[in-house]
Design a protein around this ligand. Structure first.
Ligand SMILES: [Fe+2]
Ligand SMILES: [Fe+2]
Length: 183
């Protein structure tokens, strides 16, 4: 049975293994926050469209598109540098990274559809984006991050260090996701 009070793995492990575990937790945590935000913004837009409320639709559409531009796209671009770069240079990770890059392109395409659409079309684009993004993050959480954290040739902690787009603002203000928790 799970113990909800158990110490997170990253806090229990010393040295580089702890750095890797903490970095993995930080990125997963940021992914969860992003999915929740996207779900909330998408839900608000769909609700406004269903209700036929043009003012709410205009406002929620604007907030969602802005969040995509200021949070989602910068997150994807940051990943393509440090995270995907390291994994993509390995034999085992190359095809995974190609698939994830293709998903990024599709996500950016849907954001563009969302930006130029309105009414039911905008609601459909937002719903598509929500589903695509959730699936994409699942693959990153379950396959990419454990691969990076468990590969002795690569360092997830180094790849995300100082990057707010990947670990979120709170981790940066806590002094970084990777290093410093234990000696
Ligand atoms: Fe991604
Ligand atoms: Fe991601």
């Amino acid at each position: 049975m799970d113990n909800p009070d158990a110490t997170p793995p990253g806090d229990a492990l010393p040295g580089p293994a702890g750095d890797e575990a903490r970095a993995l937790e930080a990125v997963e945590h940021h992914h969860t926050a992003m999915v929740k935000r996207l779900e909330a913004l998408t839900g608000s837009l769909i609700h406004a469209v269903k209700a036929g409320n043009a003012v709410d639709e205009h406002n929620t559409h604007g907030v969602l598109v802005e969040w995509c531009e200021t949070d989602l796209v910068p997150h994807a671009l940051a990943e393509e540098g440090s995270l995907y770069g390291g994994a993509g240079r390995t034999t085992e990770g190359r095809l995974l990274v190609e698939a994830l890059l293709a998903e990024h392109q599709r996500i950016v395409g849907v954001i563009e559809e969302l930006r130029v659409s309105s009414g039911v079309d905008a609601a459909v684009a937002a719903g598509t984006l929500r589903g695509l993004f959730a699936l994409h993050l699942q693959t990153e959480n379950r396959v990419l991050l454990p691969f990076l954290a468990g590969n002795p040739e690569l360092s997830l902690a180094a790849a995300v260090e100082g990057l707010e787009e990947l670990v979120g603002e709170s981790q940066i203000h806590r002094g970084g996701a990777g290093r410093g928790g234990s000696v």
